[in-house]
Design a protein around this ligand. Structure first.
Ligand SMILES: [Zn+2]
Length: 199
């Protein structure tokens, strides 16, 4: 009996069931291991800049957990399917759909070295991408020394097929959240969500 329980625990762990942090922190099971950038909080007002109206920050900006400026890994927080992939420089992004009856979606942006294909099944143990490395930060700017992470309550916006970015099938509501109501309609607060679900 005890042996069976033990095997089930191992199976559970290996399948990557349950929720985990998206970064390589010890245990990946406590939000205290998540460090955000100075302006990385959820819901912060982001000022207007060229071509981008003022908006609320729809996710969190997660700092690199170590000094690894070469291949610091990024993982999904839950098992799911890759439904959108864009690989254009600093705005590279993956969107993953999760859940059966109670769906949610996660967005990973300002990432690099994407290791999954569109429609791949992923678990919390799948290395999907990495933080930008030193060369990329020198090229695109050190303001990208983090990754932007969102959790959506509603399906992302379906895009028309675009030959320049053929695997980018969806976009998030990132630049269209102008009020707290917009924000709460589309997004979970990632820290609240993770705190509730991590074990
Ligand atoms: Zn951000």
């Amino acid at each position: 009996m005890i042996k069976t329980g033990f095997l089930l625990v191992i199976l559970f762990f290996n399948l990557g069931l349950g929720y985990r942090l998206p970064i390589n922190a010890l245990g990946r099971n406590s939000i205290s291991s998540l460090k955000l950038t100075e302006i990385g909080e959820f819901g912060l007002l982001r000022k207007e800049r060229p071509h981008v109206p003022a908006h609320l920050h729809t996710g969190i900006d997660i700092k690199r957990p170590t000094n690894n400026y070469q291949n610091e890994p990024i993982y999904p927080i839950f098992e799911g399917i890759v439904i959108s992939k864009r690989q254009d420089g600093p705005y590279a992004q993956l969107i993953i759909e999760h859940g059966g009856d109670h769906k949610f979606w996660t967005v990973y942006e300002h990432i690099s070295g994407i290791e999954v294909d569109l429609f791949d099944s992923v678990s919390t143990e799948t290395k999907i991408a990495r933080f930008m490395n030193r060369n990329e930060l020198n090229k695109y700017g050190w303001q990208f020394d983090h990754f932007h992470f969102e959790i959506l309550k509603v399906q992302p916006i379906k895009l028309k097929q675009n030959n320049l970015n053929p695997e980018r099938l969806f976009s998030s509501y990132t630049l269209v959240a102008y009020t707290k109501e917009d924000l709460n309609k589309y997004f979970y607060d990632p820290l609240d969500f993770l705190e509730k679900h991590l074990n």
